[in-house]
Design a protein around this ligand. Sequence first.
Ligand code: ADP
Length: 482
Amino acid sequence: MKFSELLKESAYINGQWVDAKCGGKMEVINPADGSYIASVPDLDVDDAKNAIAAAEVAFHSWKKTTAKARAAILRRWFDLITENADVLAELLTKEQGKPLREAKGEVLSCASFFEWFGEEAKRTYGENIPSNMGSTRLLTIKQPIGVVTAITPWNFPISMIARKAAPAIAAGCTIVIKPAEDTPLCALALAALAEEAGVPAGVINVVTTKRPIEVGRELCTNPIVKKVSFTGSTPVGKIILGMAAETVKKASMELGGNAPFIVFDDADLESAVAGAIASKYRNAGQTCICTNRFYIQAGIYDAFATRFKEEVEKLALGSGFDSSTDIGPLINNAAVDKIDGLVQRAVQEGAELKVGGQRDAAGERFYQPTLLANVTDEMEISQAELFGPISTLFSFEDEAEVIERANNTPFGLAAYVYTRDIGRVWRVSEDLEYGMVGVNEGLISNELAPFGGVKESGVGREGSKHGMDDYMELKYICMGGI
Ligand code: ADP
């Protein structure tokens, strides 16, 4: 499809492309230069109610389809996303800013969730449980939860939707999606491809709005909705969990992180530096699993700092459409102000600025890749979720100390450890209070493995064979009179 065919300026409810009743719109801008891209409807609470009602009607028939039929549609959707990957990546870079090659990677990752969950749909097996009585037989079946609402962020505007829509629809649920205000276009493009793939009316709905609080409340409290799936910040996640609790809805929460990246003296230095760059600087540091704190053992600290600095200095800042770009703009001005404040205060508190540390002439939303050394646990920056291209280096002496410091946060999403000692790999992986651990590896996210956090980083897992369970209820049936 052409770019113009995938650039949708209407929301998608019950298989129809709809506008706001009073004509309200919200503009989408390119964060690289502030230029106008398109306008989408600013829908209200009534529109959200309509979308939920449409999803409920569609659920009655969608839940009755066979897993094989759902899998065939998800496979067509996967094929269409893959065929249109270049156009989708262009749209993604335009509205979100990330380098085009990363955008293409995200689109292919998005597609992979439709392929995977289409396949998994056929394997949602129940159980036959040996009974405690001769006259009964005990068994379980798995059934779709019902109408699901999804509230998604701007940092991965297409793949975060896929992680929710793919398992939900594969399981037999229907879904209403509210994309982030800054990045609604990828969500609408995905809905256009769903329509093309044969997803029936009402099974997927996209509600664009610039009123996340009112519309979000409806999506999280409407009694028809049986499950809420959210990816975003921990403070908003807590509000959403609270709202979902009013009617005891199921909830999946992918929230903030404060990822430690631990390098022991015996690590392979080059591989640790490469993993550090990959885990920290992709998407300009705006991912919830990006490294937030680099803990480097004293014996390798200077060598690591020197080599890491050389690599950070090579990172090129610019438009995502420039093929040499490694770091695009941040999503908005508030994001730049936030990280600049953190960096300046860290320097005042005694951190050593090795690279960057300021806004860049490339444009008002560009912040230079930054490296701060000699950071301590007492500084404000050690506890903040950075969400920007800033690295902070801390020094440590021994294993027990670093585990305690790494765990000393309310968050527990991803952690990374570099060492060649096999015993230490096990001890540290087990002792880190995190949902995911990268061992000698900085890129860990894919559709095959369970993604999710512990502590205040979330509830539930996305991807993998476990990801479907978040969208299914387990029903126990006791058959008597045998
Ligand atoms: P980020 O820091 O990534 O912008 P947010 O948690 O602020 O993360 O936003 C993630 C998503 O949550 C967005 O779609 C946003 O519109 C939505 N959102 C923000 N505030 C609320 C709220 N009070 N209720 C429901 N959704 C909200």
